[in-house]
Write a protein that binds this ligand. Structure first.
Ligand SMILES: [Fe+2]
Ligand SMILES: [Fe+2]
Length: 200
């Protein structure tokens, strides 16, 4: 099989894509509300797919492979950071894209994600390179790629299409919730994220 993607290259490529979307979102203005919504929907899909393959495949393998306490600590921290992103994302989605508060919340999201991705690249991935054989990284990469394609397909078709037509084109950002049922480990977290917390 030519050019087999290793796990770390695959995850880093995802990070680059997300970084690009985050900077576009930061540069967008209050006058381009529709663009902001599109970017946010793309971001949400990318993040959901990426964090799912990390949590389902890469993180557990990493945790198994490393032996030091500090290496294991990174695993736990990464899970917690995903959780914080899950809490902030619905808030950005709730904010009016033509408001200043949207930009402020989007910036917080950007900083959180950038910090997390950097920590993975500089800490966890470095340690993973030592803990895994090259062949193991390629096998993990293949498994993640297959899962990623499956998740993307689920999101682009079926249920998402139905939601899209019902919710006037904002289907992509909503379908994440619709797919929770297929991803039991994440469902409690995402299901709990409320869209109704707008009281203040
Ligand atoms: Fe992550
Ligand atoms: Fe990541």
């Amino acid at each position: 099989m030519p050019n087999r993607t290793d796990a770390i290259s695959l995850l880093k490529a995802d990070h680059e894509k997300v970084r690009g979307l985050l900077s576009q979102l930061e540069k967008s203005t209050e006058r381009s509300a529709a663009k902001r919504e599109t970017l946010l929907a793309q971001l949400e899909t990318e993040i959901l797919v990426h964090t799912t393959i990390e949590e389902e495949i890469f993180y557990p393998a990493y945790r198994e492979a490393v032996s030091k306490k500090e290496d294991r600590k990174l695993y736990q921290e990464a899970i917690e950071e995903h959780h914080v992103v899950d809490l902030v994302m619905p808030e950005v989605k709730e904010a009016d894209p033509s408001s200043e508060i949207f930009a402020a919340k989007a910036k917080v999201l950007k900083e959180l994600i950038e910090h997390h991705a950097e920590e993975e690249e500089k800490e966890m991935f470095k340690r993973a390179k030592k803990a895994f054989e090259a062949e193991e990284l390629k096998e993990l990469g293949e498994r993640m790629l297959a899962r990623k394609e499956e998740l993307m397909e689920e999101m682009e078709g079926g249920q998402a299409g139905a939601r899209k037509s019902r919710q006037g084109g904002r289907g992509k950002q909503r379908m994440a919730n619709g797919h929770d049922q297929h991803m039991p480990p994440r469902s409690t977290r995402r299901g709990g994220a409320s869209r109704e917390q707008t009281a203040h």
